[in-house]
Each structure stands twice: as structure tokens, then as C-alpha cells.
Write a protein that binds this ligand. Structure first.
Ligand code: SF4
Length: 225
């Protein structure tokens, strides 16, 4: 499906990916000026824990749990100072609480032993933390102002395919395709813009193409013109 949209963009004379991307970013930025990470955090450590907790659940759900959690756990040592079942109970509502508690405690150990208790900035360092895969590392690095890649979640995958920005389905390959065309200065905000556009306009089942600011740039537009 994604492959046909890249070809379709050419067939409709919409221009090459590099030619369209500037207008896509510009219009989405104007449309979703409030697009930002939905997780609530105050420190680098809270950011890291929030992103780890957000696996397999919604940001809203994480935000319900974290205010009380972060009052109780302020430093990496705090996550190791309680029995694991206490931490499990404190993050229970985010689901997969056993795996998450294990990953968080493992991560805190590595932060203390290898990074003086601080959250590293580099992707290569972040992915050494237990339970931190590339997507989590990308989110954390971008929010800390050191974007070294482009976050690809389900919205980013769907929209970049529909917009004919990638032929691929695998998130790692999609990220590589995007890194070739999206200006580096936009790597951090581009996923937020797509995520918010995906939630508000480009729905997975019922995209509202008639109302979409990208309609004339999108090879999969269903708007009747
Ligand atoms: S035109 Fe339709 S398919 Fe294309 S981005 Fe907009 S809502 Fe999505």
C-alpha cells in the first residue's frame, strides 16, 4: 500500500518528497501549533520513566499514575530502595507492570553505575539502559533537545505512508527514509505534528481529507475535487 502512494505522488504530479516536505512541515506547524509530547514530567528522570511507562498504554493513563509516583520516587536510588512489589503496585495501572518495574529498576542501576545518576543524551548510551529500545531513546533524546533520529510510532507510520514519504513498513526503515528528507532542525517536532494530525484529522479508518491542510500535497487524499 505504501509503495503505491509514492508512485501515486509522482503520477499526480505532486512533486518529489524533498520538494513537498517543507510545505508539509510548515502547514502542519501552523495547524497544530500546540503539538507537543502529551506526557507530563518536570525532570530528565521523570521524562525517561514516563516514556518507559507509556509502552502498550496511553499517555493519558501514564499521566494519571505519575504525579503520585514522582512524589515518591525522585532519584534513581529511590526506585531501588523499595521492594520490587511496591514499585509494581505503584505503576500497576499502566499495565505490564512486572516487566516495566524490572526494566525501570535495571535502568536505575545502570544510570547510577555508568552515568552518575544522570540521564544520558546520546542514543547509543540510552539504548544501553534495560528496556530502552530505539523508539524510547529517540523520544527522550528529542525532548532533551538532542534529537538524533525521528520517532516512528503508529501515527507516524500511517501518515508518512499515506503522504508517500516512504515505501516501507518497518519503523527502522521508515525512520531512515524520513531522515533523508526531513530537515534535521525538524526531527524533534515532525513526529509530534504527525501524531496530532493523525489524532485530529487523518484518522486510521476515516481520514477527513476534505478538511485536511495537506490535501493538495497528499497522494492518498480521498477528497472529491
Ligand atoms: S489528505 Fe487525507 S489521507 Fe492525506 S494526510 Fe490529509 S487526511 Fe490523511
Amino acid at each position: 500500500m505504501a509503495r503505491s502512494y509514492v508512485r501515486e505522488a509522482r503520477r499526480r504530479g505532486l512533486g518529489r518528497r524533498r520538494e513537498r516536505i517543507g510545505r508539509i512541515v510548515e502547514r502542519l506547524a501552523a495547524e497544530h501549533a500546540d503539538a507537543e509530547i502529551a506526557l507530563r514530567f518536570r525532570t530528565d528522570l521523570e521524562l525517561l520513566v514516563s516514556v518507559m511507562l507509556s509502552a502498550q498504554t496511553t499517555d493519558v493513563n501514564v499521566n494519571r499514575v505519575t504525579p503520585a509516583l514522582f512524589r515518591r520516587y525522585r532519584a534513581p536510588e529511590d526506585y531501588l530502595a523499595v521492594p520490587v512489589d511496591v514499585l509494581e503496585r505503584d505503576i500497576y495501572a499502566t499495565g505490564f507492570f512486572r516487566q516495566k518495574a524490572k526494566a525501570i529498576r535495571g535502568t536505575m542501576r545502570v544510570l547510577i553505575e555508568d552515568f552518575d545518576g544522570r540521564v544520558p543524551r546520546r542514543i547509543e548510551e540510552l539504548v544501553t539502559l534495560p528496556g530502552v529500545a530505539r523508539k524510547t531513546a529517540n523520544v527522550v533524546a528529542a525532548e532533551l533537545g538532542h534529537a538524533q533520529g525521528i520517532v516512528v510510532d503508529t501515527h507516524v507510520r500511517r501518515l508518512t505512508q499515506r503522504l508517500g514519504l516512504t515505501r516501507n513498513d518497518d519503523p527502522v526503515k521508515i525512520e531512515r527514509d524520513l531522515q533523508r528528507v526531513v530537515p534535521r532542525a525538524d526531527w524533534a517536532r515532525f513526529p509530534h505534528l504527525l501524531i496530532w494530525h493523525g489524532r485530529r484529522v487523518c484518522d486510521a479508518r476515516k481520514p477527513r481529507c476534505e478538511e485536511c491542510v495537506l490535501e493538495d500535497l497528499c497522494p492518498s487524499s480521498r477528497a472529491v475535487t
